[in-house]
Design a protein around this ligand. Structure first.
Ligand SMILES: [Zn+2]
Ligand SMILES: [Zn+2]
Length: 193
């Protein structure tokens, strides 16, 4: 996921970075382990240009994840979608990153991020966007995958899929107040003594 900074012009140039299987498996092993799988090959598209020595990058990610809904356990297709913007300034030793991590990133990729994901520094004629794009992809992965925002899920009592059918469990098992539970306990004690 390299970008030749020294060949950029003032007019934006388009680039495409397919999210390859190997790269995905290497960086998102935990997502795969959770049972979610990529459908096809997601793609990151971006436009890059240079203005007053600053590198401006704008792009988006599009892909599909076959995931399991955290509430109803059905498999569904989750759209991986995100757009991003990044402005990289040429490294200025005086204001550049002072932290180890930032320096290591500059060493490794020719770029590093500032305090947010939208700005940072670069140096040299070529940068590796890999770390940044990994971050972009990871932000698009749902922490709690839901087949739809209001998925009612499975009934915790009878296990029925509430998207398809209703059950009466809910009425019978209204969460009792702790006082009610105490009352039952007390009743039992009194009964047994
Ligand atoms: Zn669901
Ligand atoms: Zn039920």
């Amino acid at each position: 996921m390299k970008l030749s900074v020294d060949q950029l012009k003032e007019a934006p140039e388009a680039f495409r970075y397919p999210v390859e299987r190997d790269w995905w498996a290497e960086h998102f092993a935990d997502v795969e382990a959770s049972g979610a799988q990529l459908v096809g090959e997601p793609e990151i598209r971006l436009a890059a240009r240079v203005a007053a020595e600053n590198v401006h990058i704008e792009g988006d990610l599009e892909g599909i994840l076959d995931a399991e809904c955290a509430r109803c356990a059905k498999r569904y297709r989750h759209a991986l979608q995100d757009s991003f913007q990044l402005v990289l300034a040429p490294l200025d030793e005086e204001v550049g990153p002072s932290d180890e991590e930032g320096r290591a990133a500059l060493e490794r990729s020719g770029m590093c991020l500032g305090e947010d994901l939208e700005s940072g520094w670069y140096r040299g004629g070529e940068i590796d966007l890999g770390d940044f794009l990994t971050e972009v992809v990871s932000l698009s992965i749902p922490i709690q995958p839901l087949c739809r925002d209001d998925c009612p899920g499975l009934c915790p009592i009878c296990g029925i899929d509430r998207t398809e059918k209703n059950c009466i469990c809910e009425e019978e098992t209204k969460p009792a107040s702790p006082f009610a539970a105490l009352a039952v306990l007390k009743e039992k004690r009194e009964g047994s003594s």
